[in-house]
Ligand binder design. Structure first.
Ligand SMILES: Nc1ncnc2c1ncn2[C@@H]1O[C@H](COP(=O)(O)OC(=O)CCCC[C@@H]2CCSS2)[C@@H](O)[C@H]1O
Length: 332
């Protein structure tokens, strides 16, 4: 039985910082403690550890609308979050990890608004068959982390707009999200908002464990520098995009100068192989481009530089940039 509970509320609204803080709490939690951590991310897609962002969301749209993308360390699918979404995390030793109790904390808090939510499948909470929460899990040494979302007043149009994959032909063994019918809790009871629900979850947590504690509010002023350091890893392209399982992309387009086909095979974010086929009769060295692409990271700047520095015809350069942009691979 846990002897102590701790409650942290983040006022950071930043995916990488919040996930880094979660890692920090997971690595510093003591054996007899259960931690509740509440946090929100502004306009962010959070993908699962083994997912491919190119496959899960429309990278072009998320970039042009300043939506952030971050890869978490737990498994499962991709979710969209804004300030109408509240995340909760339970951290404890494996011995004190009790999914049923943790689910109770959340479902009892929802019930205090007269709403009867239920666990569905392995990882969702639903009301009348519509999902309002997705949960995921991860372990570290002998400690466990269980975290979940709560859709309260999220922009559901944005959710489905951004979680529609870019129009790219991708072959990969990444984990695919399980699309669900979703519902905002506020549409079921207009008194629910993130702040009020946070207080209800805190009450429910104290009640479930029959323990009391103070709240610890985290903002940039009292953020441990270790957390800031860790957040840089989450911000890094090498983690959010580069850590995708190996995948192949195939693009094909008919231009005024001919048909252009390109195949890219990537591993750990690197282009391992590239094939280009074209019936272009203009004097252009596509072989040079192919050679330059092999061995570089599939990062937007690298792709643009390779095209601009290895081709000569301005029309071909422009057309290829427009093609890659339309597929979310570069941003012009
Ligand atoms: N914010 C949010 N909450 C609940 N459900 C969502 C959300 N965004 C999208 N979806 C729906 O869930 C599926 C994906 O379901 P799927 O089951 O594939 O994935 C999940 O649920 C993952 C939950 C991760 C929870 C973490 C907790 C802290 S940070 S993220 C998606 O296609 C939409 O239909």
């Amino acid at each position: 039985m846990p002897k102590k509970i701790e409650i942290y509320i983040s006022n950071l609204n930043d995916g990488p910082l919040n996930l880094a803080l979660e890692d920090y709490l997971l690595s510093t939690c003591s054996k007899d403690t259960v931690i509740l951590y509440l946090w929100q991310n502004d306009k962010t897609i959070v993908i699962g550890r083994h997912q491919n962002p190119y496959k899960e969301c429309d990278i072009g749209k998320i970039k042009s609308n300043s939506v952030n993308l971050v890869r978490r360390k737990s498994g499962g699918g991709a979710v969209y979050q804004d300030l109408g979404n509240l995340n909760f995390t339970f951290i404890s030793s494996t011995q004190n990890h009790d999914i049923k109790r943790q689910y109770n904390v959340i479902l009892n808090a929802i019930e205090s608004y007269g709403l009867k939510g239920e666990a569905s499948g392995r990882n969702d909470f639903v009301i009348n068959g519509a999902k309002f929460s997705g949960n995921a899990f991860m372990g570290h040494d002998d400690f466990q982390c269980h975290h979940g979302t709560l859709l309260i007043d999220t922009d559901l149009d944005a959710l489905s707009r951004y979680l529609t994959p870019s129009p790219l032909k991708i072959k990969s063994k990444s984990i695919e999200s399980v699309k669900a019918r979703v519902v905002n809790l506020k549409s079921l009871n207009e008194n629910i908002n993130p702040k009020d629900l946070s207080l209800k979850i805190i009450d429910s947590f104290k009640k479930e464990y029959n323990l009391d504690c103070d709240l610890i509010n985290i903002d940039r002023d009292n953020l441990n520098p270790i957390v800031f350091e860790k957040s840089l890893e989450y911000k890094d392209w090498m983690w959010s995009y580069g850590a995708s399982p190996s995948f192949d992309i195939h693009l094909e387009e008919k231009f005024s100068w001919g048909i252009f086909e390109i195949g890219l095979s990537t591993k750990d974010g690197l282009i391992k192989d590239c094939s280009i086929n074209t019936d272009c009769i203009l004097n252009e060295d596509f072989y040079k481009l192919r050679k330059k692409l092999i061995g570089i990271y599939l990062q937007p700047d690298n792709l643009v530089n390779s095209i601009e520095n290895n081709l000569n015809n301005p029309q071909i350069i422009q057309d290829l940039k427009i093609l890659l942009n339309s597929k979310g691979l570069i941003h012009i």
